[in-house]
Structure formats: structure tokens, C-alpha cells
Design a protein around this ligand. Structure first.
Ligand code: AVJ
Length: 311
């Protein structure tokens, strides 16, 4: 581990625990180092990857309906990396907002976002909140009494297990002043469309998936041979989710820090779940998290939905 950047604090522990399981696992959040974030940006532009552009279109076309549900003087609280095109659609049209709170793990990213937004939206109070939205993150005390609307786009909620998704929804529902939740959710659809979205012809998603092994090599002194693994996207119909795996193409051994991991030919590391939702499942999940589905905004083909929740 010489000459490398200091790894994210929990990275090593998480990798060792995940690779030690019978079905080897890596948490999806480790995809997003600088290289992985750039690759994800590239994914959002791919012809096969419909979620980003479909969600942006829904937001653009329904922004009036969304605005009607946001109270005067409200703060918009975005979970995960903000200041994307989608954020700006809301900030441009929800003229009643008093504040925007981007929440993100990366303080450097937040500082950059906050500076850009302060320039472009001088009337808005920009309040960055650093932390993991899966942890105990909440809007700061200084905004006590201010009505709040949460925004969690991209169907990122689909990365979470059902228990974690319910936990997140319940925690947000418990925030001071919370009056609504604008939640992006990807829809169940035919397997071919879903698999193409996660296994694109240009191979960008494959590079995104393999990058997590490159990151382990770089930050944790791992010895993964990247050429020995191939990307695979599977539709798990029973669990209604896309799974991404990295499949060993030959028997091999990889070392990470103190541990050695043995792979049989064809054995995989499960690197991501991306849950897709039917209307019924959306309502069940919302209810379990303490919310009521007020409106489901969708594109004509029901590829994707922006769900408006009320506490
Ligand atoms: C950022 C979690 C919404 O699940 O579609 C894209 C990540 N993975 N292609 C998704 C992802 C592979 C993406 N989310």
C-alpha cells in the first residue's frame, strides 16, 4: 500500500466482509471514486440508459404539478450528489423555495456545488450538509420550523435493500418540518430493455463495474487481474431487480490487504442491485416508510416515475 491515497475509512472493512461471504459482494457505493463518477456520467448519456433522460423529461413536463405541492418558503433537501441537470429544473421553477440543501458524503464535491449554485441562484440560501444519507443525516437546527421537501432522484433508492429503503423513508419522514418527498423510481419492464440499460453496446457500464476492482487495487493494494473478470447484468425477476456481477473467467486468487480470496471459474462478485418498482410495490414501500403516495408522474411508456409523497 505504498504511494496510494488514503482509502475511504470503511472501504477496507467493507471489501473484506463482502468478499468473505459465500456469494461474494461489494457495496454499490464504492463505485463512485473520481473515475467511477465520470463513468457514471457517461452512462447517463448512453442510448440504452433511459432513466436519466426520462426522469428529466418528467420533471420538466410536470414541474407545475410539483410546484403546486411545495409550500411557500420551503427548503428543498436533496439526498446524494446534487446540482445535476435535474436539480436545476426544480430550482429554476420552484420560485417559492427559500433554501436548497445538498446532502452528500463528499465535502469537496459539496463545496464545489454550493459555490456554483450560490452564483446562479443568488436568492436561495444554499446550505450544504455533509454526511451519508444512509446514516443519521438531517437538516441542521438553523432551519428548524422551515417547511422541507426531500428530493431523491435517479432511482438511487433502488440500490438499497427493501429494509434500508424503508429505513431511509422513515428517517426522512421524521425530519422537522418535512412536508413532502419527490422520489425518482425506475419501473419494472421487459427484461431485454432493462438488461440493455445495464449492459450497453459501448461497454461503458462494463468499465464502470470493473472500475471497483481497479479502485481496490489502487486504494487497498489489491491484486485483482481486471482482464480475468467480465461484466454481467442479470434480471432477477423474483426480486424485481437488475443485478450487476463481475464473473471470474478462470480460477484465480486475489489478495486484498491481509486476506486472500479464491475464485472458481464462473464465480461472481455481486456488485449492485438496482430495484425496479410496480405501482403496487411503490405504494407498499412508501406506506412502510410512513408516507402516502399522492401522485405518480410518469412518461407515456411508464418507463420511469417521479413519485410525490406526503407524510
Ligand atoms: C445511480 C443507482 C441510479 O442503478 O441505474 C447505472 C447506477 N449502475 N448503471 C442505477 C448504475 C449501472 C444507477 N443509480
Amino acid at each position: 500500500m505504498d504511494g496510494t491515497l488514503a482509502p475511504a475509512p470503511d472501504f477496507l472493512a467493507s471489501v473484506l466482509a463482502g468478499l468473505g461471504r459465500a456469494q461474494k459482494r461489494l457495496e454499490a457505493k464504492w463505485f463512485y471514486d473520481a473515475a467511477g463518477s465520470a463513468l457514471f456520467e457517461e452512462i447517463t448519456q448512453l442510448p440504452e440508459y433511459y432513466p436519466t433522460r426520462t426522469e428529466a423529461k418528467i420533471l420538466r413536463e410536470s414541474v407545475g404539478e410539483i410546484a403546486a405541492r411545495v409550500p411557500e418558503g420551503a427548503a428543498l433537501v436533496e439526498l446524494g450528489s446534487g446540482a445535476s441537470v435535474k436539480t436545476r429544473i426544480l430550482l429554476d421553477h420552484l420560485t417559492q423555495l427559500s433554501a436548497y440543501l445538498p446532502m452528500d458524503i463528499s465535502e469537496a464535491f459539496l463545496a464545489e456545488v454550493a459555490a456554483g449554485l450560490a452564483r446562479d441562484y443568488p436568492a436561495l440560501d444554499i446550505v450544504p450538509v455533509a454526511g451519508d444519507f444512509m446514516g443519521d443525516i438531517a437538516p441542521p437546527e438553523q432551519l428548524a420550523g422551515v417547511p422541507k421537501v426531500a428530493f431523491f432522484p435517479g432511482s438511487t433508492i433502488g440500490n438499497l435493500s427493501e429494509a434500508d429503503a424503508v429505513d431511509l423513508l422513515a428517517r426522512v419522514c421524521g425530519w422537522d418540518g418535512i412536508e413532502g418527498f419527490i422520489l425518482g423510481m425506475d419501473r419494472v419492464k421487459d427484461a431485454a430493455t432493462l438488461i440493455a440499460a445495464y449492459d450497453d453496446a459501448a461497454g461503458v457500464t462494463a468499465r464502470f463495474n470493473l472500475n471497483v476492482l481497479a479502485r481496490i487495487n489502487r486504494e487497498l493494494g489489491g491484486t485483482f487481474d481486471l482482464d480475468a473478470f467480465r461484466h454481467e447484468a442479470r434480471w432477477n425477476g423474483e426480486a424485481e431487480r437488475i443485478e450487476m456481477h463481475l464473473v471470474a473467467m478462470r480460477p484465480l486468487t486475489a489478495r486484498v490487504g491481509p486476506a486472500e480470496f479464491i475464485f472458481a471459474e464462473g464465480e461472481s462478485i455481486h456488485t449492485e442491485n438496482s430495484h425496479k418498482y410496480t405501482r403496487t410495490r411503490m405504494e407498499e414501500l412508501a406506506a412502510r416508510g410512513g408516507w402516502r403516495v399522492e401522485t405518480v408522474l410518469s412518461d407515456a411508456d411508464e418507463m420511469f416515475s417521479v413519485v410525490l409523497l406526503a407524510p
